[in-house]
Design a protein around this ligand. Structure first.
Ligand SMILES: *Cc1c(COP(=O)(O)O)cnc(C)c1O
Length: 427
């Protein structure tokens, strides 16, 4: 079921024409479909139903409070990578006891706050980190569940920036050192090693890297249990791929069909940390064509969104489908769709055949729900766009457009003292 579709020539989100949303909230703007989020979450949840499991939505993928609150209502847990994300989860009414904390550089302050809130467990990525956590837990007189993030050395066929399960990356600990790491952690105060964690990368469209991971982790869990470790959970991470262009990723059902026969004999509760799979195709970036610039050799559609709003095309060479919000012309033309930011890397598409367009036309940049707004910046002093949450047949502001005042507010105190000290600058 696609909740983004054309209806009488207008591209709609849950039946609401996107030009109406643009008229009300302006452009550029992110628009999210609640029904899509629900649909994707429930597909995976149902597919995993044959085994005890907990889905921990990856907060970094899209951390808008409306999405987090909705995930909490659906019963989801959360995968966080910072203290800021914990703050967001709690603010959105998320359940701390379903939070897992990953990341290679957790600070002791973040550890303390997380233990205070009563999070489910920490995914440990190095022994010095485990020692730091043990110290904090000892000071607080609290026992803490830990998973060890194992790097299984598999290489999913995805962009090298989002491959994390190869031994050359900074993530996790090598599988051949796993036993020693568990033994060391087992000797540390207050730490309860109870899980194995793997997250091998992102936008994985094949099943094989997951199977390879399970083939390596199954025997490891057995070996750990043989040595007396009480391993109750296996966290398979996120990474499930989605359709941006012509990918044909496995469905949740097909994914579960392939992995569950390997998970069942492990006798664990399965955790997963999907991000992109849940929200990637639940959002579009709505933008308006400012100018058409034909240089003779190239035709540029200059739009009001920029790389500061959506960096994926230039950062990863990512493909995002671009559709006219109003279908007007059957005639196609080849465009570079570019933004106003002063960088050659400021583009959304190159040499793309799109319905002929004119200044003032609206475009929907598809599949922008994951790693879109969360990676937005204020580069070129551009206010970040609003996030519009479509729910129950109504668009609502989940985050308002930033103002110029927002952009300088954190500097205002600073400028006072700089200006009052003018003698330094010969003023
Ligand atoms: C980013 C991340 C995820 C989510 O990845 P997706 O590809 O969006 O599903 C899950 N787990 C960890 C540890 C991550 O860093």
């Amino acid at each position: 079921m696609d909740f983004f579709s054309y209806d009488q020539g207008a591209y709609c989100c849950e039946g609401i024409p996107l030009d109406r949303i643009a008229a009300e909230f302006g452009t550029p703007a992110y628009v999210y479909s609640e029904k899509t989020v629900t649909d994707h979450y429930q597909k995976l949840d149902r597919a995993l139903a044959p085994v005890p499991h907990l889905i921990c939505y990856s907060v970094k993928t899209n951390s808008n409070l409306a999405i987090l609150a909705h995930m909490a209502r659906l019963g989801s847990g959360f995968d966080i990578v910072s203290g800021g994300e914990l703050y967001r989860v709690l603010k959105a009414g998320g359940d701390a006891s379903k939070v897992v904390f990953a990341g290679v550089g957790k600070t002791t302050d973040e550890m303390r706050r997380s233990i205070e809130s009563g999070i489910f467990m920490f995914n440990i990525e190095s022994l010095p980190e485990a020692e730091a956590l043990s110290g904090v837990a000892r000071d607080m007189n609290r026992d803490v569940r830990v998973a060890v993030r194992i790097n299984p050395d598999v290489s999913p066929d995805t962009h090298h920036y989002i491959t994390t399960g190869k031994k050359e990356t900074k993530f996790g600990l090598p599988i051949d050192r796993a036993m020693d790491v568990f033994r060391a952690i087992g000797r540390m105060d207050r730490l309860i090693p109870t899980a194995v964690h793997c997250h091998i990368g992102s936008q994985i469209t094949e099943i094989d890297p997951y199977k390879e991971t399970l083939e390596k982790i199954g025997p490891l869990i057995q070996q750990l249990r043989d040595e007396g470790f009480d391993i109750r959970y296996f966290n398979l991470g996120g990474g499930l791929g989605i359709i941006y262009k012509e990918e044909s990723p496995q469905t949740a059902a097909r994914f579960a069909e392939s992995i569950l026969p390997m998970v069942k004999p492990m006798n664990v509760e399965l955790l997963m940390e999907p991000g992109r799979f849940v929200v990637g195709n639940a959002g579009v970036l709505l933008t308006r064509v400012l100018y058409i610039k034909d240089t003779g050799s190239k035709c540029f559609a200059i739009v009001d969104a920029g790389m500061n709003d959506l960096v994926r095309p230039t950062l990863y060479g990512a493909y995002h489908e671009i559709l006219p919000v109003r279908q007007k012309s059957a005639k196609k033309k080849t465009y570079d769709v570019v933004g106003p930011v002063c960088e050659t890397g400021d583009f959304f598409a190159k040499d793309r055949s799109i319905d002929e367009m004119h200044a003032g036309d609206l475009l929907a940049i598809k599949s922008a729900g994951a790693y879109g707004f969360v990676m937005a910046s204020n580069y070129n002093t551009r206010p970040r766009p609003p996030e519009i949450w479509v729910s129950g047949g109504r668009p609502r502001i989940a985050r308002r457009r930033e103002t110029y005042e927002d952009l300088v507010s954190a500097e205002c105190d600073g400028i006072e003292s700089v200006l009052s000290d003018r003698t330094t600058f010969g003023g």
